[in-house]
Structure formats: C-alpha cells, structure tokens
Design a protein around this ligand. Structure first.
Ligand code: CU
Length: 154
C-alpha cells in the first residue's frame, strides 16, 4: 500500500465513522402514518424525534416515494380561532438532548398527492432530512385506527 492510498483509506474510514455517529444521535420512535379515508389524496405521519446528541438539530425536510409532495407542516390558530395547517419553511428545531413530538393537531410530515391509498398495516418508507444528522430513513407503519388522546383529528 502506498502512502497515498493509505491516506485515502483513512479519510474514507473517518468520514464513514462521523456519518454513522451523526445518524445515531437522532432516534425516531412510535411513528405512524394515516390518511382521512380510502379516497384521501393526502396523508400525514406522526412520531417522536429524540436528539441524543450534543448539538441542536433541525428537521428541514422529508421525502417519500408514496406521494407527489412531502412537506413539513404545523397547525396554527388563526385570528378567528380556527386551526389551520401550514408548511413550516424554517424547519422544526430538535434541541440537543430533547424530544420533539410530531402529533395530531401539531407538527407533522404531510404527504400530498398519494400515489396509492394508505392501507392499514402497510409500511411507508420516509427519509427525514436533518440539518446536522443528515438523512435518516424510517419505515413508518400505517395505522388508520389509532386515536391519540387529547389530540385533534387531522
Ligand atoms: Cu399537513
């Protein structure tokens, strides 16, 4: 092995290590996806995102093949007291050491233009894109029957 190839191999090993560590700092749990009915053209995913790292992170995007568009959404109460769903352009902050819930009536991953209806029990592959951790791929089960206590319907 020449000195140059040794150096390249070392650099590759280093970058692989740091990528793996970054991904490990974000833990996604209790994820589920739903749509409002069989003919629904849109759906949403909810989950618990835990940042186990020491650096503040931010969910800045999401992608999936199941829909034409995937956006990060939240609900805000407008001046008439009506909850409205809107895109969060700036992303969703996940501070170091904290857990953020994407939940009904709050922040969520929105699927617009579903290519096929959501079937109970099927899995939705979603790539979550974080500012620091990069891409985190999750398989999210579809659960059309789940009711979250205290939440709003979506
Ligand atoms: Cu939405």
């Amino acid at each position: 092995m020449t000195l140059k190839s040794t150096l390249v191999a070392t650099l590759v090993a280093l970058s692989l290590t740091s990528a793996a560590q970054a991904a490990d700092t974000i833990v996604v749990e209790d994820a589920y996806a739903r749509s409002a009915g069989k003919s629904a053209k849109a759906g949403a995913a909810f989950m618990m995102i835990e940042n186990q790292g020491e650096t503040d992170d931010r969910l800045i995007g999401a992608a999936s093949d199941v829909a034409g568009r995937v956006e990060l959404h939240t609900h805000k109460i407008d001046e008439n007291g009506v909850a409205k769903m809107m895109q969060v352009e700036e992303g969703i902050p996940i501070p170091a050491g904290e857990t953020h819930m994407l939940k009904r009536g709050g922040d969520h991953v929105m699927f617009m233009g579903l290519k096929a209806p959501f079937e109970q029990g099927a899995m939705v592959p979603v790539t979550l894109i974080f500012e620091q951790a990069g891409e985190v791929v999750v398989e999210i089960p579809i659960d059309l029957e789940r009711q979250d206590t205290g939440g709003h319907s979506n």
